[in-house]
Design a protein around this ligand. Structure first.
Ligand SMILES: [Mn+2]
Length: 341
């Protein structure tokens, strides 16, 4: 729920701030970049000096987004990222609700004396901001951010650029409105964005049909050679090591969405994907129905997220991480099946 006093404080604090920095989560996806840039355009139109600072690079399939070339990547340009954060009177965290989700930027954000706002739709928020707008029922942070702009009566500042960005996050977080999107309110927001004359078919094309040759080959490789089923749990898992990524000229974002493919197999309702990232193993989990991958990830892989979509990480080797999954999933699944969670 969004309460009125939070909205009033948000409005006042935005009105009073000149420099505003918006921060999405680490390894930003369509919803994280969409909500960052949607707010960036909207608040810029309101006359504010706004910057988007990311904790790590955005994926290639989003490089068409209006304004994305103005965002500052902390990993690539730490100094200018820190300068912007220091200059900010207001920080807006979007699409995450725990500072660890901002990676190495988390500490810097935690220590900042700026007023902090969080706009997010993940469950179990930590108290990381002065103004917390947390609505786990929302399909996406983009939907929520858009609703907030309307409630603040700033809809006229949501221009076509902002609308394209907001639409992108709703589209990517709901699999093009195929899941997590049964609330009529989502469509009212989409209708409002279409009224801004966005070309939604083109956005779909840009995001989903602009694979690089290498990404397509990598997808073929992982499905062909690295997909294992666990029929008793209705689960499947896949993994990629550093060598395989290198051989396919890996770029950030290339493995985005891979974890969803096994759910297309009859009888598979749980999917996991593991890959090496820096000195850790990045874990992604998906499910259909009520199997809570967020709880599973929280208990075993230092992660969390939504019931049907969660992330995590492991400091074990890739092989050990996969072994851990093979051991822990059946144990957790039994508890789930016996209603013992
Ligand atoms: Mn999201």
């Amino acid at each position: 729920m969004i309460n009125n006093s939070d909205l009033e404080r948000l409005k006042l604090n935005i009105q009073n701030a000149n420099h505003i920095v918006i921060i999405p989560h680490l390894n930003p996806d369509g919803d994280a970049m969409g909500s960052s840039l949607g707010l960036y355009h909207t608040l810029t139109n309101l006359g504010k000096d706004v910057k988007v600072v990311t904790a790590s690079a955005f994926p290639r399939f989003l490089d068409w987004m209006p304004g994305i070339d103005q965002s500052i990547d902390f990993e690539a340009s730490a100094d200018s990222a820190i300068t912007e954060i220091e200059k900010a009177q207001l920080l807006i965290f979007v699409d995450f609700n725990a500072l660890k989700r901002a990676g190495d930027l988390g500490d810097i954000l935690g220590k900042s004396s700026a007023i902090k706002v969080m706009i997010d739709h993940h469950p179990y928020p930590e108290e990381i901001a002065d103004i917390m707008i947390s609505v786990p029922q929302s399909s996406s942070t983009c939907e929520l951010a858009c609703r907030v702009m309307t409630l603040l009566e700033w809809n006229q500042f949501v221009d076509k650029n902002a609308a394209e960005c907001f639409y992108t996050g709703i589209m990517t977080d709901t699999g093009s409105l195929s899941y997590n999107s049964s609330n009529p309110e989502t469509y009212r927001i989409v209708a409002g964005l279409l009224e801004k004359e966005i070309d939604k078919d083109n956005i779909h094309q840009l995001v989903f049909h602009s694979n690089s040759f290498y990404r397509m080959k990598l997808l073929g490789h992982v499905l062909g050679k690295k997909l294992i089923l666990m029929p008793e749990q209705g689960a499947a898992y896949m993994w990629l090591d550093e060598q395989e990524l290198k051989e396919h000229c890996f770029q950030p974002g290339d493995t985005e969405g891979f974890v969803n493919y096994p759910l297309g197999i009859e009888g598979i309702n749980i999917s996991a994907f593991f890959m090496v990232k820096d000195d850790k193993v990045k874990c992604s989990f998906r499910s259909r129905g009520d199997f809570p991958v967020n709880q599973f990830s929280e208990q075993n892989f230092n992660g969390g997220g939504h019931r049907n979509a969660a992330g995590g990480e492991s400091k074990l080797s890739l092989d050990e991480t996969v072994e851990k999954f093979k051991t822990e999933l059946p144990l957790f699944f039994n508890k789930y099946a016996n209603n013992e969670l």
